[in-house]
Design a protein around this ligand. Structure first.
Ligand SMILES: Cc1ncc(COP(=O)(O)O)c(C=O)c1O
Ligand SMILES: N[C@@H](CCOP(=O)(O)O)C(=O)O
Length: 473
C-alpha cells in the first residue's frame, strides 16, 4: 500500500509515494497536501458477504490490514486492534457500535461508547496504540500536536496518555468547548499531557497546528511532530470500519445504505466515502451541518466561501474550514494535484472556491446536505425524545433533522451517526426542555477533579515557544 499527497502532480507522485508508517508518523505532507492511498483496497460483493456476523474487532482487522500494507506484522496489528475495540477494557457496549432503530427504516449508530463518549475514540484508541508501537520499535519519541473543538482533544489524550514515547499538546478554543469536554481534557494530569486554551476559535487552533507542520523549524533538532487530527490518514482508516459494520447489519452488500453524518472537519463522512470506494454499497452520504454551513453551501450551490464563525449549541461542529474536504476535491479533480493546488491557492487568497461545474455535478450525485440551526437542533432533540424516547446529543440531532428534511428513497435503510453522548452537552439538552443524563460511573467525579491548562494568545510564536519549553524529549 502506497500513499500519495493531494498536491503533487501525477509524475511526482511516484517519487513521493510513502508507506503506512511514514504517513502515520506525520501530519501534512511536505507539499502542504494530505496523504491518501494511491489505490483503495477493493472488496467484492462476495468478500463483503463473508464479513457478515464478524465482531467489531475482527471486522476492523480485515478492513484495516490492507491499509497497513504489511508494515506492522499481522499478529501485532491484530493485538493492537483487539485492545482498541475491547469490550471489557475500552468500549462499554458489547456491540462497540450498536444500532438503535428510530423509525421504520431509520437507525442511529451509537459511536459514543468509548472512554471519552464521542466517535473520536474509534480512531484515537487505535492511533495512540499504533504510534506507541511504531515509535517504541524504532526507539523514537514524538511530539503529538492537535487542535480540538471539544472531542478530538480528550480522545487523543486518552489514546496517548500512557505512552512514554509521546508528549501531547492539545489546543482548544478558550471558553468555547462545553465544561464536560474541557474537564475531560484538563483533568488528565499526566506529565506528557499539555492542554492549551487559545484565545481564538477552532479554526485559529487548526491553522496554528497546520502552520507548525508546514514549518517545523521551531522544534528541537531531530524531533518528530505527529498529527492526531483527521489530517492523519490513520484517523480516516479507522473510521471506515463502522460504515461496514452498520451496512452489514442492514443488508449489505445486497442492499444500498444511506448515512447521515453530522459534519465539521469532513473526516467522518470522508471515511464513508472511502468505504464506498472500497466496494460498500452506499447510496447517499448526507452532510449534516449546523449554522457553520460552508459544506452545505458547497453541495447545494457550489458556493464554498468562508463566513464568520458562529458559536452554536453543537460546538464540536463550529468549524469554518474543513480539512478533509481537500481529500474529496482531489478525487473530484481527477486526482490532479496541480489543479488541486491551484484551487487551494485561490481559496487561501480569496476565501472562496468554486469547483468546475461538471466535476461538481458528478460529486453532487453522491452527497446530499442539510443545515440545521440551534432552534432546529433543539426541536429535533425534543421531537425525537417525544416520539421514540431517544435522547440525542445536539450534533446527532443535525443528522436526524437532515433525514427528516431530505427526501431519500424510502426503501433504503438510513443510518444517522450518533457522534457523541448527550451528557457532554447539557446546555442543548436543557434548551430542548429535557433533563441532562448523569455522567457515567468512570466520570462521575469529573466536575470535582483538579484541572491543569494554560491560556495562550492566538499567537504562533508564543505557542511554539510554549511547546519547546514544555516538551520532555
Ligand atoms: C460530536 C461531533 N460530531 C460531529 C463532528 C464532525 O465530525 P468531522 O469533523 O469528522 O466532520 C465532530 C467533530 O469533529 C464532533 O466532535
Ligand atoms: N470536532 C473536532 C474537530 C477536529 O476534527 P478532527 O476530526 O480533524 O480531529 C473535535 O472535536 O475536536
Amino acid at each position: 500500500m502506497k500513499y500519495i499527497t493531494t498536491r503533487s502532480s501525477t509524475s511526482e507522485m511516484k517519487g513521493e509515494a510513502k508507506g503506512f508508517q511514514d504517513v502515520l508518523l506525520t501530519g501534512l505532507a511536505s507539499d502542504g497536501g494530505l496523504y491518501v492511498p494511491a489505490e483503495l483496497p477493493q472488496f467484492s460483493k462476495e468478500d463483503i458477504r463473508q464479513l457478515r456476523g464478524l465482531p467489531y474487532n475482527e471486522l476492523a482487522y480485515t478492513i484495516i490490514k490492507p491499509f497497513v500494507g504489511g508494515e506492522i506484522d499481522d499478529a501485532t496489528l491484530k493485538q493492537l486492534i483487539d485492545d482498541s475495540y475491547s469490550t471489557t477494557d475500552t468500549f462499554s457496549h458489547n456491540a462497540v457500535a450498536p444500532l438503535h432503530q428510530i423509525g421504520s427504516n431509520e437507525w442511529i449508530m451509537e459511536l459514543f461508547h468509548g472512554p471519552t463518549l464521542a466517535f473520536k475514540d474509534f480512531a484515537l484508541q487505535l492511533l495512540g496504540r499504533l504510534l506507541n508501537h511504531v515509535l517504541t520499535e524504532r526507539g523514537e519519541k514524538a511530539i503529538v500536536l492537535g487542535a480540538t473543538s471539544g472531542d478530538t482533544g480528550s480522545a487523543a489524550i486518552e489514546g496517548c496518555r500512557h505512552s512514554d514515547a509521546l508528549d501531547i499538546f492539545i489546543l482548544h478554543p478558550y471558553q468555547r468547548v462545553s465544561e464536560v469536554q474541557r474537564r475531560q481534557m484538563t483533568s488528565v494530569l499526566a506529565d506528557n499531557v499539555n492542554n492549551i486554551a487559545v484565545k481564538g476559535n477552532f479554526d485559529d487552533c487548526q491553522a496554528m497546528v497546520k502552520q507548525s507542520f508546514a514549518n517545523q523549524s521551531f522544534l528541537p533538532d531531530n524531533t518528530r511532530l505527529v498529527a492526531v487530527n483527521s489530517i492523519n490518514w490513520a484517523r480516516i482508516m479507522a473510521q471506515v470500519v463502522y460504515y461496514f459494520y452498520a451496512a452489514l447489519l442492514l443488508g449489505a452488500p445486497d442492499r444500498e445504505i444511506a448515512f447521515s453524518v453530522p459534519t465539521g472537519n469532513f473526516g467522518d463522512i470522508f471515511a464513508g466515502y472511502i468505504a464506498r470506494g472500497m466496494g460498500l454499497p452506499i447510496g447517499k452520504l448526507v452532510v449534516a451541518t449546523n449554522q457553520n454551513d460552508i459544506l452545505h453551501r458547497f453541495f447545494k450551490d457550489n458556493d464554498y466561501r468562508k463566513q464568520q464563525l458562529e458559536h452554536t449549541l453543537s460546538p464540536s461542529m463550529d468549524i469554518m474550514v474543513s480539512s478533509n474536504f481537500e481529500r474529496l476535491l482531489f478525487d473530484m479533480l481527477g486526482r490532479d494535484g496541480n489543479r488541486l493546488a491551484q484551487l487551494m491557492e485561490t481559496f487561501q487568497a480569496t476565501g472562496k472556491l468554486q469547483a468546475p461545474e461538471a466535476d461538481w455535478l458528478e460529486i453532487k450525485a453522491l452527497f446530499e446536505s442539510c443545515r440545521t440551526d440551534d432552534t432546529g437542533t433543539c426541536s429535533t432533540i425534543a421531537q425525537l425524545h417525544r416520539e421514540t424516547g431517544y435522547l440525542a446529543d445536539p450534533h446527532t440531532a443535525t443528522g436526524v433533522r437532515a433525514l427528516q428534511e431530505l427526501n431519500l428513497a424510502p426503501r433504503t435503510p438510513k443510518v444517522v451517526l450518533a457522534t457523541a453522548h448527550p451528557v457532554k452537552f447539557p446546555e442543548a439538552v436543557e434548551k430542548a426542555g429535557l433533563q441532562s443524563p448523569s455522567l457515567p460511573p468512570h466520570m462521575s467525579d469529573l466536575l470535582q477533579r483538579e484541572e491543569r491548562y494554560s491560556v495562550l494568545e492566538n499567537d504562533l510564536p508564543e505557542l511554539q515557544a510554549f511547546i519547546r519549553q514544555q516538551t520532555r524529549h
